[in-house]
Design a protein around this ligand. Structure first.
Ligand SMILES: NC(=O)c1ccc[n+]([C@@H]2O[C@H](COP(=O)([O-])OP(=O)(O)OC[C@H]3O[C@@H](n4cnc5c(N)ncnc54)[C@H](OP(=O)(O)O)[C@@H]3O)[C@@H](O)[C@H]2O)c1
Length: 290
């Protein structure tokens, strides 16, 4: 039975983190986006930009005159999102949660592969372009969508794919912690070389989107009244990410974890530089990067 313990702990930690966020949202208003400067044709790539918060981010960045590229899974959803944004403009981050054990086409555990490894690879493949496009005073910006669930997350380096003991809760929290370890390590590397690219991570709070569709039926029922009262709307949830992508006061500033429009501390584990380096090396090996 001892092998069940990490799964049970992962479950408890995730729900405790959720309760803390809901209590915060009960007593605090959502961050209100200030006026942001026009972005004059800069390019934004929004993974998962077709629905949920990703859609709101795409829509808002487009209103700031950004050329928005929506990267998603379903082509028809992406095209519909582009059409809707265009119509609105003519008169405004990919992830899964708590999915049953599944693998990506490349054989990675779905949360780890999609939420973390896909973004790790995409960012690395775009890094040269980002470095060339940025300049001092006008850095390229990478905004990573993490989550408060990372606080309870543990990185199981010898079982990143959850083969020994799979817990959907633990796997989701691990993927969100991995994103933070990756963000901080990448920012450190960029700063050492003086590259004009900043990396910040964002926690959107608890937001009423399709992300919760994988909850069990009783959990869905229990969630409904809370979602109505306490969850943020997708537009509210997207606001910190939009702010981080476009605010003038964040020019040249990286390595932050932002929640509700403000810098905050992420978990002690996420700042562990040895863990960051180990994960980076392991991720390179997994995706075949030098
Ligand atoms: N909602 C919350 O309370 C909350 C809290 C903390 C963090 N977050 C994070 O915020 C991000 C956005 O989530 P959301 O709440 O807006 O959820 P959502 O409405 O379910 O959106 C998820 C997005 O991920 C994309 N996606 C799913 N599977 C994909 C795949 N295999 N390949 C490429 N894209 C895929 C979807 O694109 P397609 O439609 O094309 O599949 C969709 O645009 C996630 O990273 C999530 O972990 C959410």
């Amino acid at each position: 039975m001892w092998w069940l313990l990490p799964c049970v702990l992962g479950f408890i930690r995730l729900y405790l983190d959720g309760v803390k966020v809901l209590l915060y949202q009960l007593f605090n208003r959502s961050f209100i986006l200030p006026d942001l400067p026009k972005q004059n044709g800069k390019v934004a790539i929004v993974t998962g930009g077709a629905r949920g918060m990703g859609y709101e981010i795409s829509r808002h960045l487009a209103t700031l005159d950004m050329h928005v590229v929506i990267a998603g899974n379903e082509e028809h959803e992406g095209l519909a999102a582009v059409k809707k944004i265009r119509e609105e403009l003519n008169q405004g981050k990919a992830g899964v949660m708590l999915v049953p054990e599944r693998r990506t086409d490349d054989g990675f555990e779905l949360h780890f592969g999609l939420n973390y490894l896909g973004h790790f690879l995409l960012t690395n493949l775009l890094l040269d372009v980002l470095k060339k496009s940025g300049k001092p005073g006008k850095c390229s910006r990478i905004v990573i969508m993490s989550s408060a669930t990372h606080y309870g997350g543990r990185l199981t380096l010898d079982d990143l794919q959850g083969r020994m003991c799979y817990s959907a809760h633990g796997a989701y929290a691990q993927s969100k912690l991995a994103l933070l370890l990756f963000s901080y390590h990448l920012q450190d590397q960029l700063w050492v070389r003086g590259d004009p690219v900043t990396v910040n991570a964002v926690d959107p709070g608890m937001v009423d989107t399709a992300l919760y569709d994988n909850l069990s039926s009783p959990a869905q029922l229990a969630k409904k009244p809370f979602a109505k009262l306490l969850f943020r709307t997708p537009a509210e949830g997207a606001s910190t990410a939009i702010y981080t992508a476009a605010a003038s006061e964040l020019e040249g500033i990286g390595g932050l974890y932002l929640y509700n429009g403000r810098k905050t501390e992420s978990s002690a584990l996420s700042y562990d530089q040895r863990l960051q380096t180990k994960l980076w090396k392991e991720s390179c090996a997994l995706v075949g990067l030098q």
